[in-house]
Design a protein around this ligand. Structure first.
Ligand SMILES: *[C@@H]1O[C@H](CO)[C@@H](O)[C@H](O)[C@H]1NC(C)=O
Ligand SMILES: *[C@@H]1O[C@H](CO)[C@@H](O)[C@H](O)[C@H]1NC(C)=O
Ligand SMILES: *[C@@H]1O[C@H](CO)[C@@H](O)[C@H](O)[C@H]1NC(C)=O
Ligand SMILES: *[C@@H]1O[C@H](CO)[C@@H](O)[C@H](O)[C@H]1NC(C)=O
Length: 546
């Protein structure tokens, strides 16, 4: 990132006395893949009315849903907000006492576009394989509201929205186990459907299924971008939105720019103001997640784009910067500190595991973020109000400062490396409130397809502390999040915020793909006996270790 900062500084200082020289100096600068070492899968990237790029991603069972990022150069991104303020998609999203849960549900592979004619942003996505929702907002920051759904049984699976030059809205999506692709024309208000046609079969390019559909109008032609899961991106083109389409591979089993990562295949086509084209995709790299990667593409005389690869025909680890000069952002991913006593609201990078019980947390200048226990359970996966934050970088770490004075007998609070297989360091209060232990708890295991909890975990190491004397405790977790790394998570605690002591040894993070989301940091507080206790979260800090 240093080079790009220099480039920005040059542009700023010089006021362009020698624009040619400056452009040449900047043009020699490069960016590195992944552009974000963070879990933002299924991107739909498009240009907003302000000329900035907007990136919509999947969030599954995390609330709010459908995160939105913004960038002025496709490389540096800032977190703007979410298209789905709350997951009102069924009881399971509230983790009710009846035991319903919505792991792997929620929002994924959806689409986000700005519509010039009425100034509205549209988010469209299918939930629970059953209902397709439209959310709209006057700006990416919101307020976002639920505008419509297209009726029970209509699922626009992995859909992409095109708003044509004449303002007609089309949505492309897969169905029948992704063995077919349809295009639907929406009504003028975008809130109901008027015409649907099947436009292509994956078999036309020799594969059995395609997902991740996007639709574009480029030089008067209609294009569909989609992919065979796990391997190949395809581009299809036609003179009509209804076809017939002919298709060609754009990226076929390319080696990932991230060591140990999978072939990038799903994503978005993006045009810069200079008229250059890029493909933003992502690489599967667990335990981190699905990391956005960017590469330039070039349209050929036959109207199909080809991807610029490196000398080994791989997705390159670096390319020239797309746009110069770069506009500095007020957002850093590599090192972030959140003193909750100074924050008026929870910043966008914080997302709850399922919808929070808003009566069980407060944010105030006096006490910071207070998490009252919201569930009586021994299952971390059934506890409400677990607050998560994505990990960033190859060696991410997080440190949380907790005020534990108001914990009740039976309460458990701490910091987790959170996924379908989780581990945490935390405080367990017991024995009528007299006993307090700091524990490393490993192996909380959820069925990776979103089914039942398979293992409640076990304490691998514990130290007793003085429940009457101790007011605050600090927890830290450090991970090797590289797909090519040792996948180790190491937990530490501190009683003074200075000296940290390891506990529990190394927990091996899980790298299976079926859960679809990568590891996150999670701050939790749940009751095993009765509600009433709370913890104060005074500070949360993350570092990428880059
Ligand atoms: C779904 O796709 C399969 C395989 O192409 C085909 O045999 C079947 O008829 C399709 N079903 C529908 C309802 O179109
Ligand atoms: C796809 O389009 C065909 C018409 O070509 C229609 O019969 C079918 O119901 C559509 N399927 C979906 C899931 O929209
Ligand atoms: C960045 O922060 C500065 C100082 O707080 C503020 O004046 C400016 O508007 C911010 N810029 C953006 C793009 O948010
Ligand atoms: C972790 O949980 C899984 C699922 O129940 C179980 O098969 C495995 O034995 C557990 N591992 C340890 C070390 O407890």
């Amino acid at each position: 990132m240093l080079k790009s900062v220099l480039c920005t500084a040059l542009a700023f200082l010089a006021h362009a006395p020698f624009p040619g020289v400056q452009a040449a100096a900047c043009a020699s600068q490069t960016f590195k893949n992944p552009v974000l070492y963070e879990d933002f899968p299924d991107n739909d990237v498009s240009v907003g009315p302000d000329g900035a790029f907007y990136f919509s991603a999947s969030n599954f069972h995390f609330s709010p849903g459908a995160p939105i990022l913004r960038s002025y150069d496709l490389v540096d991104w800032e977190f703007v907000g979410h298209s789905i303020p709350r997951l009102n998609f069924g009881d399971g999203y509230d983790l009710p006492a009846s035991g319903e849960r919505a792991y792997r549900g929620g929002t994924w592979a959806s689409t986000l576009r700005h519509r010039k004619s009425n100034g509205l942003w549209y988010w469209i996505g299918c939930t629970n394989f059953y209902l397709t929702w439209v959310f709209t907002a006057p700006s990416p920051e919101g307020p976002w509201t639920q505008a419509a759904n297209f009726g029970g049984g209509v699922c626009f699976y992995d859909n992409g929205l095109l708003i044509d030059d004449d303002d007609t809205m089309y949505v492309v999506y897969s169905f029948n186990d992704s063995k077919q692709v349809n295009v639907t024309q929406l009504a003028p208000d975008g809130l109901s459907t008027v015409r649907t046609e099947r436009v292509l079969l994956p078999g036309q390019v020799g594969v059995d299924s395609v997902e991740g559909n996007r639709m574009y109008k480029i030089n008067g032609l209609y294009y569909i971008l989609n992919d065979h899961p796990g391997s190949t991106a395809f581009v299809w083109k036609s003179t009509s939105p209804w076809g017939p389409y002919e298709g060609k591979p754009l990226a076929d089993n390319l080696a990932s720019p991230v060591p140990g990562g999978g072939a990038p295949h799903q994503g978005s086509l993006i045009e810069t103001p200079k008229g250059d084209w890029y493909f933003m995709s992502f690489t599967w790299a667990y335990p981190s997640g699905r990391l956005p990667v960017l590469a330039p593409i070039q349209f050929q005389p036959d109207g199909f784009p080809t991807l610029i690869t490196d000398a080994n025909n791989a997705w390159a680890t670096s390319y020239p910067l797309p746009i110069l000069p770069r506009k500095p952002l007020n957002f850093t991913w590599s090192q972030t500190n959140y003193p909750f006593t100074t924050l008026p609201t929870l910043p966008p990078p914080f997302e709850w595991n399922h919808n929070p019980d808003t009566s069980k947390f407060t944010l105030s200048r006096e006490t910071g973020l207070t998490l009252s226990t919201a569930t009586v359970t021994t299952d971390l996966y059934s506890a409400r109000n677990t607050l998560t934050h994505r990990m960033h970088g190859e060696f991410p770490s997080a440190t949380v400062e907790l005020d534990i004075r108001a914990m009740a007998d039976g309460d458990r609070a701490g910091l987790a490396a959170f996924r379908d297989r989780s581990a945490y360091i935390g405080v367990h209060k017991s024995a009528g409130g007299d006993k307090m232990e700091i524990v490393a708890m490993f192996n909380m295991t959820l069925d990776e397809w979103g089914g039942p909890t398979l293992d409640l975990g076990r304490v691998v190491e514990a130290v007793e502390v003085d429940a009457a004397a101790l007011e605050k405790v600090w927890f830290r977790v450090r991970l090797d999040a590289r797909a090519s790394g040792d996948h180790g998570a190491r937990f530490e605690y501190s009683l003074d915020g200075e000296v940290f002591v390891g506990l529990g040894g190394v927990y091996e993070l899980y790298t299976g793909w079926a859960f679809f989301m990568g590891y996150r940091f999670a701050v939790f507080n749940y009751a095993t006996k009765a509600l009433g206790g709370s913890v104060g979260v005074l500070n949360f800090a993350t570092e990428s270790g880059e």
